[in-house]
Design a binder for this molecule. Structure first.
Ligand SMILES: [Zn+2]
Length: 175
């Protein structure tokens, strides 16, 4: 039987028996570098449309997107750290050098961790006064997030301390 005929029906196959998808896949496999270059060129020539396609794809494949992100993060830890430092510096109106100097001066230790005797060096976030926008000290992400959850309000934090004390006493009494 001729290859362009369907063996079960004996009829001519569509497209002369050629599977254009499989063909182009084969071509891409044989010409990996050229294919890569062509895709790159195309995405450069159609950058806005490419962006839109990527956005659509990410929305349709959240799990794959997460996997890709994690893979990238694992493969480029230095870049991730650098980007984060740049982001932190820019966000709080500092240069990367100014931020580095502030980190160095406290030997990468969180201002709250130090108060409770934890001298472990950590990645530091710039803390700022929400009301005035002024930069304060530098904190580990846990303590920075903690303050955020309490609306950066000393009153809320003191109320939490009061609450903890009260319940610790109750627990002590009960036991
Ligand atoms: Zn801390």
């Amino acid at each position: 039987m001729r290859p362009d005929r369907d063996p079960s029906t004996g009829r001519f196959k569509k497209n002369g028996g050629r599977d254009s998808r499989a063909n182009s896949k084969r071509w891409r496999e044989r010409h990996r570098e050229t294919a890569k270059q062509r895709i790159k060129q195309w995405s450069q020539n159609n950058s806005e449309y490419h962006k839109l396609l990527r956005k659509k794809w990410r929305k349709a494949h959240p799990e794959a997107e997460k996997k890709m992100k994690n893979k990238y993060r694992a493969a480029h830890p230095e870049k991730i750290t650098q980007d984060w430092k740049k982001y932190q510096a820019k966000r709080y109106g500092m240069t990367v050098e100014q931020r580095e100097a502030a980190v160095k001066s406290r030997q990468s230790r969180c201002d709250i961790c130090v108060l409770i005797g934890d001298m472990t060096p950590v990645m530091l976030c710039q803390d700022h006064d929400k009301a005035t926008g002024q930069n304060r000290g530098m904190l580990c992400s846990r303590h920075n997030l903690g303050l955020g959850h309490f609306n950066h309000s000393p009153n809320e934090l003191l109320a939490a301390v009061e609450y903890m004390k009260r319940h610790s006493q109750l627990q002590l009494k009960a036991s």
